[in-house]
Design a protein around this ligand. Sequence first.
Ligand SMILES: [Zn+2]
Length: 458
Amino acid sequence: MTIHLYNTLLREKQIFEPIDAGNVRMYVCGPTVYDYAHIGNARPVVCFDVLYRLLRHVYGESHVTYVRNITDIDDKIMAAAEKTGESIESITARTAGWYHDDMAALGALPPDREPRATEFVPQMVKLIEQLIAKGFAYEAEKHVLFNVPAMQDYGQLSKRSLDDMIAGARVDVAPYKKHPADFTLWKPSAENQVGWPSPWGRGRPGWHIECSAMSGEILGQVFDIHAGGIDLIFPHHENEIAQSRCAHGSAVMAKYWLHNGFVQVNGQKMSKSLGNFFTVHELLEEGFRGEAIRLALLSAHYRQPIDITREGIQDAKAQLDRFYRALAMVSDLAVEAAPTDHVLAAIADDLNTPLALSELHELVTKLNKATSQAEKKVAKAALLGGAKLLGILWQDPAKWLQSGGSADDAAVIEAQIAARLAARKAKNFAEADRIRDDLAARGILLEDSSSGTTWRRA
Ligand SMILES: [Zn+2]
């Protein structure tokens, strides 16, 4: 099985060759925990969950190490604590809990390791000391800064030159900086601010050094895949590369750099700063199902921008209804899930999830048309195998199709189905039809098959 991945570092699709097939290592930048995750934050989690599933399928579940960090030191968290009076520990614990709940609702597998920045401060200090010793960083007014011109080939990932960076409006020029592009590795904390002891006084790390320290400590100085949203290419990933490569003297930090495109609203990037975002939590509260949100996110190729709308999620739910209806009709057939070569090839081709999905729809058509048990088994096994790679169709079909009402409601429906059956046995077809129409008027659809009558919500 050959996997092709688009490597941002080289701007081309490459054959994926792990450094060690016995332990394929990938790192995805995780959340800064101070608020609910918006749908744009969920996209890398869902897209790279498909990559994780693919790697586990190809190399074996115990041969992949997936690390996704939690940034629990950040000025935004400190600002939130200052504003509300809630402690930083309480904010980060609560928000990380929300994040776990929301990502689980989207069917994302938990990573193998989830380091928190606060647990790795000594490693960050060590990394900064190495950078100073090698001449890539300097101390100035209790700050430590990375000296960008000291690195010969800085800017390889984002393809930016030093001149571009000086011209960039986002470079803030503090008087203690030797060069306008120099970025912060360590900064001082005031008495009332969270801080750790260091050779440069009590302070806290910059954001970029957190990921360099955590990935290096857990995955090693050079690992296979580093991924995240396209907005992280510069400065975050560029600076991670600068820190890790200069500290370790390595040619690369990770072999393959993957970036997902923006989630958009009417063609504009969804972001907190633009105020045009909605959170995963509020969509779930509104009654949208996590699996439908996931499918909506996978309906475009991960590198393309995607418009996520409530209508789009409804459409994804309708697709899932179709899948689950087909599965409900063959729920008595036991199969061993295994993806078809077509589905596997689509996902292995730089995560072409739209193509994989259209293959799954063809499999549903096959399943619906199948007449023999053998044909049904083959189609069901293929459908479930592909679905496992995409992280969908993990629920009980009957439960999926019936959910949305209360348990009492379900008991009443079952009783009416029994009454209809009794009416039919008594050849009182008018009464049987009346019960069916009555249920249909309430949005409950009955399906009769040789094994009995099942129901679902319209
Ligand atoms: Zn990062």
